[in-house]
Write a protein that binds this ligand. Structure first.
Ligand SMILES: Cc1cc2nc3c(=O)[nH]c(=O)nc-3n(C[C@H](O)[C@H](O)[C@H](O)COP(=O)(O)O)c2cc1C
Length: 374
């Protein structure tokens, strides 16, 4: 009572919002133009085979400068494992993962210091903290997701080794271009990466690429949807009621910058169907009960049912565009903003490994929580 605001009765800070997870716990650190970004993973089981390449391959899929479809900021994003791993095995102690920020150009943002970018986080960060990082969105920048992807790769290794879980995300739509029927097939990452848009339907991928390049040419940006399937998730994962599996996935996905929507299984389209069509009848699948259809998205009552966990995440068009926009500066004076700097015309191709990483963090956490019950 009457303690410092933001501190509990025991003097501990109550607002540690950079930490995610209960037993498989991840804290990310870093801003867009500071010295390094990364994560500390606490609670990863010991004796798991892990080396830097397990992490690097996902960071390579997230990194900027991959193609003409992404920002030109050129970061190699080489991960260094600082602790928690010895001779290729996890020790069960905190795993600290660091990636240097090399291509910093804070000067690119000088002209935008006094103008909060429309639909970016400059205004809200200033309102919350009374200060904001001098350039590039600071902590709100997608640079922060480097830590999530690195930590997610550790979680994914644990899930694959311990349970055979496979997580594959892909781009389902870009702007008005949508690929149909993709959830019906079991895509692998090689098929997803065959096209730089990361849509496994080659004809839709080509149209998506053209749409992104056209928006870029016009100094504008485009949104899109990423779909994700998590296969071989055993029945029984997820903690009713507030930590239902879909609720944790929704939190994880909506914490990714630029996300505007989450749906599991049939999602919003399911709301238009009748129960007789929407129900997933049980059938025998080998020695277990399975379901004929998967409108539930592999989750019922907040608990996995053994079917693939499938969901979609909607991303908005990135806010920073070079097209002139009428807005006001922090003082309320009318200005025309033509943003400079290097920006993604569409984030979804790079968001694919971020979605996979966050899914892995959620699943590793619920896996460990389920283990404590038996
Ligand atoms: C992979 C990725 C790349 C992004 N690149 C940009 C970018 O180049 N320019 C930009 O304005 N926003 C970009 N964003 C989105 C912003 O970080 C985000 O919109 C901003 O922090 C405001 O947060 P909000 O959209 O979640 O409200 C990116 C997001 C992701 C996931």
């Amino acid at each position: 009572m009457g303690g410092r605001p933001g501190f509990g009765a025991d003097g501990r800070r109550e607002n540690m919002s950079s930490t995610f997870g209960t037993l498989f716990r991840v804290t990310t650190f870093g801003e867009s133009h500071c010295k390094a970004v990364g994560a500390v993973v606490d609670g990863c089981p010991p004796r798991l085979a892990l080396d830097e390449t397990d992490i690097q391959k996902q960071l390579d899929r997230r990194r900027p400068g991959q193609s003409a479809l992404a920002t030109r900021r050129d970061e190699a994003d080489r991960v260094t494992v600082l602790s928690g791993v010895e001779n290729g095995l996890t020790l069960g102690t905190p795993i600290a993962l660091m990636v240097a920020n090399r291509d910093q150009r804070p000067g690119d943002y000088g002209h935008m210091r006094s103008v909060p970018r429309p639909s970016h986080a400059d205004y809200t960060y200033r309102m919350k903290y009374g200060i904001h990082a001098s350039s590039g969105g600071g902590r709100s920048s997608a640079r922060e997701t480097v830590g999530r992807v690195a930590a997610g790769a550790v979680a994914e290794k644990f899930l694959a080794e311990a349970y055979g879980v496979e997580i594959v995300a892909w781009v389902e739509s870009v702007g008005e271009v949508r690929a149909e029927g993709l959830l019906e097939k079991e895509w692998g990452r090689a098929q997803v990466d065959a096209h730089r848009v990361r849509c496994p339907d080659p004809s839709a991928a080509e149209r998506m690429e053209q749409a992104i390049l056209q928006a870029k040419e016009e100094n504008d940006s485009l949104g899109g949807v990423v779909a994700c399937a998590c296969r071989n998730v055993p029945a029984g994962w997820g903690e009713p009621v507030f930590d239902k599996l879909e609720a944790k996935l929704a939190q994880a996905m909506l914490s990714i910058p630029a996300t505007k929507g989450f749906e599991v299984g049939s999602g919003f389209a399911g709301a238009r169907l009748r129960g007789s069509l929407h129900n997933d009848p049980f059938v025998m699948k080998g020695d277990r009960l399975g379901t004929l259809t998967n409108y539930s998205g592999g989750i019922q009552g907040g608990i996995s049912n053994g079917e693939p966990v499938v969901f979609r995440v909607a991303f908005k068009p990135p806010a920073t565009i070079a097209l002139a926009q009428k807005t006001v500066d922090f003082q309320g004076k009318d200005v025309i903003l033509e943003a400079k700097g290097r920006h993604d015309p569409c984030v979804v191709p790079r968001a694919v490994p971020i979605v996979e990483g966050m899914a892995a963090l959620v699943l590793a956490d619920v896996a460990l929580r389920q283990k404590t019950r038996w």
